[in-house]
Design a protein around this ligand. Structure first.
Ligand code: FAD
Ligand code: NAI
Length: 472
C-alpha cells in the first residue's frame, strides 16, 4: 500500500526542508525524504549546508579566528597570553556538536509543522496521470506535487578522485584531525579561501593554485584587490593563472605538478590537498530517467523561472538547478515553490541575493559590480568609504577594507554594494533591504545610523556617492 501525500520533497537540505515546512504551513500533507546519515547511521537532515558546508565551516572559521586573535592580536589590546595551546580534536568535536544541534533542530521543526520525515533515498519509480510514485527503501509514497532539492557534490579533478585522507573535498577538509604542516588547495573560490583561512590560522603553510589569472573574478575588482592584499599579508600564498597537471599521492603526502603563470613547470609538495574547484548538481539515484525528468549538459535539472521542470507537478530548487549555489537562494526558491503550489505568487528576486565570503576580512556584496556596469554601458556613480575612517572599526582594531556603493547616474537608485571588512556579512543586509525597496543612495545617506557602528561606513559610502562624506 502506498502512502499518499499532497507534496513530496526529495532532499532535506536548506532548499528541501524549508520548502517542506512552508508547504505544511500552507495546509498541505507533506513528506520530506532525506538520505544523509550521521556518524551512527541515523538521520542528519540539513544537507550539505548543515553537515559539510555552511554551518561546520563557519564553526571552524570562528574557532580558528579566536586562536588567531589570541596568537597575534590580543597583545595589541594589552592582553598577554602565555602557553597558548591548540586542541584540534576538541575544536572538531565542538563543530560536530554545532552540526548536531542543527540536525536536531530540523527534526524538531518537522514535528512542529507536521511534516512526515523519511530517512533514505527517494527515487522516482513511476508517473501515471500526473501522479508520481516515489520509493524510499521498502515504502512507496505518491503525490501530485514533487519538489526535488537534491543539492550538489564537490567536483573532483579529472583522474584524481577524493580519498578524503590526502585528497580532500569539503567533507574531508572539515575533518582534518591535526594541523597539516603544508596544505595545498586547488581553486581560490569561496571554499578555497574559507578553508585555506581556517588551516592557515591554525598554523598550516597554505598554498592555493588557481586556474584563472584574476583573483575572485565575480567580485568587484576594487574589493577583490583589497581582499587579496589582506590575504597576502596573512601569508595565504595564492598563485593565479596556473595549469594543474598530474597529482600523485604517496606516503609523504601529495605532489602536484603545475605550470605557473609564466609557463614554467613547478611542483607543489604538501601533506594534504583540498580540491575546491566548484560543485556539480546531484541527481544520483533520483530515477530521473524513469519518469523522463529533463537534465541539462551539466547534469542540472532543467527549470523555468518559476522552478517548474519538464514534468507537470514536479519542481526543482537549490543547487540542483541553475543559479548561484547558496543556501539562502535554495531556501527562497523552496518558499516560492510551496506558495506557487498553493496558487500564490511566490517570488525570488535574483538581483538582490547577497553573497558573503566568511574570511577575515569578510567579503560581501549584492547587485552589480563596477565592471558589470561598465560592460553594460550603464551610467553610474560610485562612493567608497574606508573602515580606517570608522570609529567603531578603530576601536575593534579591525580597519581593513571599505564599503563601496554604486548608484544609477540619473535616478540614484542603488545598483550594487560591495564590502570588504569587519562584519561585512551583517552589514550587507541593510543594503539588500535598500535594494529590495529600490532605495537611492540618498535614502541611505539620510537615514540615522547608530554611532559608533560599522554601519556608519555604509551611510558614509552613500554620502560619498554625492561626494559629501562627513568623516573622510
Ligand atoms: P543540499 O544542501 O546539498 O541538500 C540536498 C540533500 O538532499 C542532501 O541531504 C542529500 O543527501 C539529499 N539527497 C540527495 N539526493 C537524494 C535522494 N534521491 N533521496 C533523498 N535525499 C537525497 N552557502 C551559503 O549560502 N552560505 C555559506 O556560508 C555556505 N558555505 C558553504 C561551505 C561549504 C564548504 C560548502 C560545500 C557549501 C557552502 N554553501 C554555502 C553552499 C550551500 O551549502 C548550498 O548552496 C546549499 O546546501 C544548497 O542547498 P540544497 O537544499 O539545494 O542542497
Ligand atoms: P567556486 O566556484 O567558488 O571556486 C572554484 C575556483 O576554482 C574558481 O576560482 C575556479 O576558477 C577554480 N578552478 C576551477 N577548476 C580549476 C582547475 N582545474 N585548476 C585550478 N583552479 C580551478 O567553487 P568552490 O570554492 O568549490 O565552492 C562551490 C560553491 O559552494 C561556491 O561557488 C558557492 O556557491 C558555495 N559556497 C558558498 C559559500 C558562502 O556562501 N560563503 C562558502 C563555500 C561554498
Amino acid at each position: 500500500m502506498s502512502k499518499q501525500f499532497d507534496v513530496i520533497v526529495i532532499g532535506g537540505g536548506p532548499g528541501g526542508y524549508i520548502a517542506a515546512i512552508r508547504a505544511a504551513q500552507l495546509g498541505f500533507n507533506v513528506a520530506c525524504i532525506d538520505e544523509w546519515k550521521n556518524g551512527k547511521g541515523g538521520p542528519a537532515p540539513g544537507g550539505t549546508c548543515t553537515n559539510v558546508g555552511c554551518i561546520p565551516s563557519k564553526a571552524l572559521l570562528q574557532s580558528s579566528e579566536h586562536y588567531d586573535q589570541a596568537n597575534h592580536h590580543f597583545a595589541d589590546h594589552g592582553i598577554e597570553v602565555k602557553g597558548l595551546g591548540l586542541d584540534v580534536g576538541k575544536m572538531l568535536a565542538r563543530k560536530d556538536q554545532v552540526v548536531k544541534q542543527n540536525n536536531d533542530g530540523i527534526l524538531y521543526l518537522f514535528k512542529k509543522n507536521k511534516v512526515t520525515f523519511f530517512h533514505g533515498r527517494g527515487t522516482f519509480a513511476a508517473a501515471k496521470d500526473g501522479v508520481y510514485d516515489i520509493t524510499v527503501g521498502e515504502e512507496t509514497l505518491t503525490a501530485k506535487n514533487v519538489i526535488v532539492a537534491t543539492g550538489s557534490n564537490a567536483r573532483a579533478l579529472p583522474g584524481t578522485p577524493f580519498d578524503e585522507e590526502l585528497v580532500l573535498s569539503n567533507d574531508g577538509a572539515l575533518r582534518v584531525g591535526a594541523v597539516p604542516k603544508k596544505l595545498g588547495l586547488i581553486g581560490s573560490g569561496v571554499i578555497g579561501l574559507e578553508m585555506g583561512s581556517v588551516w592557515r590560522r591554525l598554523g598550516a603553510e597554505v598554498t592555493i593554485l588557481e586556474g584563472l589569472p584574476t583573483f575572485l573574478g565575480a567580485v568587484d575588482e576594487q574589493i577583490a584587490k583589497e581582499a587579496k592584499k589582506a590575504f597576502d599579508k596573512q601569508g595565504l600564498k595564492i598563485n593565479l593563472g596556473v595549469k594543474v597537471g598530474e597529482v600523485k599521492t604517496g606516503k609523504k603526502g601529495v605532489s602536484i605538478a603545475y605550470t605557473d603563470a609564466k609557463g614554467e613547470a613547478q611542483t607543489l609538495e604538501v601533506d594534504k590537498l583540498i580540491v575546491s574547484i566548484g560543485r556539480v548538481p546531484n541527481t544520483i539515484g533520483l530515477g530521473a530517467d524513469a519518469v523522463g525528468l529533463k537534465l541539462d549538459e551539466r547534469g542540472a535539472i532543467v527549470v523555468d523561472d518559476e522552478c517548474k521542470t519538464s514534468l507537470p507537478g514536479v519542481w526543482a530548487i537549490g543547487d540542483v538547478v541553475r543559479g548561484p549555489m547558496l543556501a539562502h537562494k535554495a531556501e527562497e526558491e523552496g518558499v516560492a515553490v510551496a506558495e506557487r503550489i498553493a496558487g500564490q505568487h511566490g517570488h525570488v528576486n535574483f538581483n538582490t541575493i547577497p553573497w558573503v565570503i566568511y574570511t577575515n576580512p569578510e567579503i560581501a556584496w549584492v547587485g552589480q559590480t563596477e565592471q558589470q556596469l561598465k560592460a553594460a554601458g550603464r551610467a553610474y556613480k560610485a562612493g567608497t568609504f574606508p573602515f580606517l575612517a570608522n570609529g567603531r572599526a578603530r576601536a575593534l582594531g579591525d580597519t581593513t577594507g571599505m564599503v563601496k556603493m554604486l548608484a544609477d547616474a540619473a535616478t540614484d537608485e542603488i545598483l550594487g554594494v560591495h564590502i570588504v571588512g569587519p562584519m561585512a556579512s551583517e552589514l550587507i543586509a541593510e543594503c539588500v533591504v535598500a535594494m529590495e525597496f529600490r532605495a537611492s543612495s540618498e535614502d541611505i545617506a539620510r537615514i540615522c545610523h547608530a554611532h559608533p557602528s560599522l554601519s556608519e561606513a555604509t551611510k558614509e559610502a552613500a554620502l560619498a556617492v554625492e561626494k559629501r562624506t562627513l568623516n573622510f
